[in-house]
Design a protein around this ligand. Structure first.
Ligand SMILES: Cc1cc2nc3c(=O)[nH]c(=O)nc-3n(C[C@H](O)[C@H](O)[C@H](O)COP(=O)(O)OP(=O)(O)OC[C@H]3O[C@@H](n4cnc5c(N)ncnc54)[C@H](O)[C@@H]3O)c2cc1C
Length: 401
């Protein structure tokens, strides 16, 4: 069989799935994507895209389609933290991190990928319900959500890119409990209709208290997005009853106009993400003819800020490995995992520390966070004064604008 004839089933039309499909097509494979949803989703929350993700976008040939939204101001002048007395101070925001992340909405990345998968077959409202691996092929039983109709199809490779609660992972590698680590934290992310009162449109606002935090991410040409995150040991309980009432209860006592604005806006938001926080830990991301990529394989969670970046990189690298080993699938998957694993491990570990920056675990951690951010901001201020161009220029330089 020639490389041209090899077919891969990609499960999931997210960043990882589309990146893998483009990577595979470049390697001479024919990818077929199945997506559970009836149509392609758009919009989404703020995502910071780091240099490795931007490089992967270049490698995948989607960089020219990728719309970025960094507010055009110097580092440290568009992010504010609000203390317990309601005082507003200049802060280092998400975009001021080393690496100068590019500000995008998740939908911006998916739209860029979508433009580049023209010609790839995409079947909506379709999910795999059984996967049987043989030496020469993987047999997949697919189900159409509307009709309930099922049919079997064979593929040379099945790529599970179906997110943190991957059904491919559950079917092939075992139950969720074996791979999902619980972080005793919740998130709610959505787009605001308008900026919080008294702030400029592209300002970012950080209100990080012990065990609960509200973040507003300002964007250049779009209303900001909001993130509510809190720590709790009773994850199950968080999914019962009204979400809005629960969030109002969790954030009660944080008497700040921005918090009120965010909670009121949630009521009117057309959609939102509300979920528990986990990491996916797996000793191996592939077996025989089935491989996982993106959140399905290594979900680092939002605190790492590297999920979209690693999904792009993982998909692009998978295609490159298959191209390098056209006649040896096992060698390709080995090489892919060996190349990617150190990057993933590093950022999975870093996420624990970053969680403290997003939502401190205690009053002491909150105070420490405040001191560290203040110090970092002063250092950054001195660097900006001595260097030509600040970190914001770094974020906007290179291939992406
Ligand atoms: C609030 C928040 C903030 C974030 N911030 C950042 C950030 O700043 N930087 C960053 O890099 N990352 C960030 N991330 C993480 C990033 O968004 C994810 O890591 C990335 O989008 C994962 O992409 P994916 O394709 O692996 O999975 P997903 O986006 O989950 O896509 C999976 C796709 O598979 C489909 N699917 C699921 N089950 C099935 C099935 N059985 N059959 C068929 N299809 C199925 C789904 O409908 C979906 O389309 C953030 C995440 C959140 C929630």
């Amino acid at each position: 069989m020639t490389a041209m004839q090899k077919r891969a089933l990609v499960v999931g039309l997210g960043i990882a799935g589309m990146s893998a499909a483009i990577g595979l097509r470049r390697a001479g494979w024919t990818p077929v994507i199945v997506e559970r949803a009836p149509e392609r989703r758009t919009g989404g929350y703020f995502v910071g895209l780091f240099p490795e993700g931007r490089q992967a976008a270049v490698d995948l040939g989607i960089a020219d389609h990728l719309h970025t939204r960094n507010p055009e101001r110097a580092a440290g002048t568009n992010a504010w933290s609000v203390d317990r007395r309601g005082r507003r101070r200049p802060a280092l925001g998400f975009l001021d991190q080393p690496g100068g992340p590019a500000a995008v909405l998740r939908g911006d990345i998916e739209a860029a990928l979508w433009q580049s998968i023209t010609g790839v077959e995409v079947r909506f409202a379709t999910t795999p319900v059984a996967i049987t691996e043989g030496p020469a092929e993987a047999q997949v039983l697919l189900e159409h959500a509307d009709t309930g109709g099922q049919y079997r199809e064979s593929f040379d490779l099945v790529i599970g890119a179906d997110g943190m609660r991957s059904s491919v992972r559950r079917m092939v590698f075992g139950p969720h409990e074996d791979h999902l680590t619980t972080w005793n934290a919740m998130i709610c992310a959505f787009q605001l209709k308008e900026q919080a009162p008294t702030y400029e449109a592209s300002d970012s606002i950080i209100i990080a208290r012990a065990k609960r935090a509200v973040w507003v991410f300002g964007l250049a040409d779009h209303a900001p997005t909001a993130l509510l995150t809190y720590r709790t040991t009773d994850i199950q309980e968080q999914f019962s009853g009204s979400r809005l009432e629960r969030l109002r209860a969790v954030f009660s006592g944080m008497d700040d106009p921005t918090v009120r604005h965010v909670l009121d806006s949630l009521e009117e938001a057309p959609d939102h993400v509300f979920d528990s926080v986990h990491q996916v830990r797996m000793p191996r991301w592939s077996t025989g003819r089935v491989v996982l990529v993106g959140d399905a394989a290594w979900c680092m969670n939002l605190y790492s800020g590297m999920g979209a970046t690693s999904s792009l990189r993982g998909g692009a690298a998978l295609g490159a490995a298959l191209q390098e080993h056209p006649d040896d699938l096992a060698a390709a998957l080995d090489a892919w995992e060996a190349g990617l694993r150190p990057f993933i491990t590093k950022h999975q570990r870093a996420a624990r520390l970053k969680q403290q920056m997003f939502v401190p675990s205690s009053r002491r951690a909150e105070a420490l966070r405040s001191v560290l951010v203040g110090l970092a901001r002063r250092v950054r201020g001195r660097q900006s004064a001595t260097e030509s161009g600040g970190p914001q220029d770094v974020a906007l330089s290179g291939t992406l604008r």
